[in-house]
Design a protein. Structure first.
Length: 278
């Protein structure tokens, strides 16, 4: 069954493949994992905020969605360790966080990136149209494997993965495009589910470069097919990702999110408790 959701959308063409092109910034680099603690005023433990000073590793921290995730985390009182392409770039964009340069396409460069971390948010994507050097198998799948394994070894408590709408419906035609992007996302989701970590997998619609809060958020499961390609603001995706941290109502669940003017901005939160576990 197809669903029609009023609101911001694109004309429907190659829905599954376009869903995968949600503009995730691939976090790749060439520097072995090394943390730059300068400018880390964020290390001070906040007082009564939700994050309570817990340290979150954000993969893709300088990306268009990742930087909003960082901002949302800081606003909630979390400390942030940002995994980025290179420290020099991250210094300008992330002055208030610990910065780690590493190459997800070279797992050996990650070192002890998860040591001392309470949770990981994976806001990474192999956008080959922006950077052909990004290899989906290594970024989408290999990146998850490397961070999940290091997270388990370091005692990380929670892993929140940004995936993509369309992954649950990806057929052989869709998985063949863009370096098998959807296929590797599928495999990455499966690896996380089988890892034994507490996890949440969030599949956003096509991403808009907006802060969010203008439209409501619709939460679904089963990767429904829409008449029009639905979209969602990156800022709204960041809010959902952060809200899922240490959230029992989101634990062990996979779901899709899109914007719709028919919903109030916070109507989606009670929906999490009603979702089926994987």
């Amino acid at each position: 069954m197809r669903v029609t959701i009023p609101g911001p959308s694109f004309s429907r063409r190659h829905l599954v493949v376009r869903f995968a092109l949600i503009g995730l910034l691939a976090t790749t680099g060439t520097v072995a994992a090394s943390e730059d603690r300068r400018g880390s005023a964020n290390d001070a433990t906040p007082s009564t905020q939700v994050g309570a000073g817990r340290l979150i590793l954000v993969a893709g921290a300088t990306g268009r969605t990742g930087k909003r995730v960082v901002e949302e985390l800081l606003s909630k009182g979390y400390r942030v360790r940002g995994l980025a392409r290179n420290v020099a770039q991250a210094k300008a964009q992330l002055p208030a966080v610990n910065r780690v340069a590493a190459d997800l396409q070279n797992p050996g460069s990650l070192g002890a990136v998860a040591e001392g971390v309470h949770a990981i948010i994976f806001a990474v994507g192999a956008n080959t149209s922006r950077d052909p050097s990004n290899i989906p198998e290594k970024v989408e799948y290999g990146g998850i494997v490397a961070l999940v394994d290091r997270g388990k070894a370091a005692g990380v408590r929670n892993f929140v993965m940004m995936s993509s709408g369309g992954v649950g419906r990806a057929d052989s035609t869709a998985t063949a495009g863009f370096g098998g992007l959807l296929r590797w996302k599928q495999d990455a989701e499966r690896y996380l589910r089988q890892s034994g970590l507490a996890y949440t997998i969030v599949r956003p619609g096509s991403l808009r470069d907006e802060e969010g809060g203008t439209y409501g958020i619709v939460v679904t499961q089963g990767d429904p097919e829409y008449v029009n390609l639905p979209t969602i603001a990156r800022g709204d995706v960041a809010k959902v990702l952060v809200h899922c941290l240490f959230n029992a109502e989101a634990n062990g669940k996979t779901f899709e999110i899109i914007n719709a003017p028919t919903h109030a901005p916070d109507d989606w939160k009670p929906t999490l408790a009603k979702l089926k576990a994987d």
